[in-house]
Design a protein around this ligand. Sequence first.
Ligand code: ADP
Length: 477
Amino acid sequence: MTIYQNLIAGEWIGADATKNINPSDTNEVVGLYADGSAEDTKNAIAAAKAAFPAWSRSGIWERHVILKKAGDEIMARKDELGALLAREEGKTLPEAIGETIRASQIFEFFAGEVLRLAGETIPSVRPNIGVEITRDPLGVIGIITPWNFPIAIPAWKIAPALCYGNTIVFKPAELVPACSWAIVDILHRAGLPKGVLNLVMGKGSVVGQAMLDSPDVAGITFTGSTGTGKRVAAASLEHNRKFQLEMGGKNPMVVLDDADLNVAVEAAANSGFFSTGQRCTASSRLIVTEGIHDKFVAALTAKLETLIVDNAMKSGTHIGPVVDERQLKTDTDYIEIGKKEGAKLAFGGELLKRDTPGFYLQPTLFTEATNQMRISREEIFGPVVSVIRVKDYEEALATANDTPFGLSSGIATTSLKHATHFKRNAEAGMVMVNLPTAGVDFHVPFGGRKGSSYGPREQGKYAAEFYTSVKTSYTLA
Ligand code: ADP
């Protein structure tokens, strides 16, 4: 089998490889992907450092052409790359193709954004003196990505890093190297100069750690678990390095008595269970007021009955498998914890057998949960959702905000008053009214508060806040 290698200083290298396994069919090896070492990482950082002076001063048209070519090729290959994504990660083929389209759109957005780079000139308070405010790239950016969005998250970090003139060392998650390899191959062929984008696939504890330990990495953008995020933060403070963290969520969705029941059920089913609940914006706490509680639970349970859990590649599948055995164990452990804590298992909770061997789990709904239970406080990252009954809007809002996290927060209501109040008072980076808590467009800010995020927002024009450093220059006229 071919080994998909790492790209270091413009050369494909690496002989040791790890198997990329399909979670819908564990007999299938998606491919063999290089297992990089600390030495490889050091070489990649050195290459990115050497490439920085020229790339940071490269013409905006050169950058535009490369970003645009990448966006166009990803779109042209959306079905093939979507299938690769579905096979390595386990989300359904339509979800995977949708994610691939989004990755293309992100490259198209930054291909446009690079042509609009601008600064400001303002007068000084002193006469005959001008002030310019410009943005410089940071230098070498370390990109560390998780497994749940194998193409969109790499795209939304790589595209802005290149747009603003940075060079990159990129380490994708061990479980999903294929889409990352494909993006890097596309950008390499699109004409990126040697060393501007380096790919080092491999273990977090080896490759990731070597990035954290390097004084030559000027910025790290990380999406992953809270535990690793804290390590990134501690190591980055040590090196005086800029860092950006996107970590967990325990996103609430409030359902009020006056909600449109269909809208609430569709939003809750989508937020909680699509992509197998493996989105940091998934809602895992449904906070429901008394008057609609029983009707809502009955309608949501009826909806869950109709959802088909099966091989991600099969047409008609609504929910693919859990990503791997370790995550499946986490999910089933939490299901046991929920039962022991006294929540009522209203639906699911069982492993499923399908034609192909994979990590299939029923969508799982707990009712009679409290917000203090571990299943309501800790991120599970699977298709496991709790319903928490509350008296009224005020209790719902307080419960929604009573969490260590603050990524996305939703409400289903027909009341303008409550929707407006909720948007203003939800302690979250993103608020959704009558919509799933997941599903943020590619051109608007993405990020959260409290334990969910640290540093500037990702995506859209707000990405400049992380990938550049503002400079104030004075000139005597
Ligand atoms: P998860 O538990 O969801 O896999 P992680 O935070 O472990 O989340 O993984 C997110 C990313 O962080 C992955 O690319 C992983 O390899 C990387 N990672 C894990 N450990 C470290 C570490 N010590 N230093 C840097 N990166 C790491």
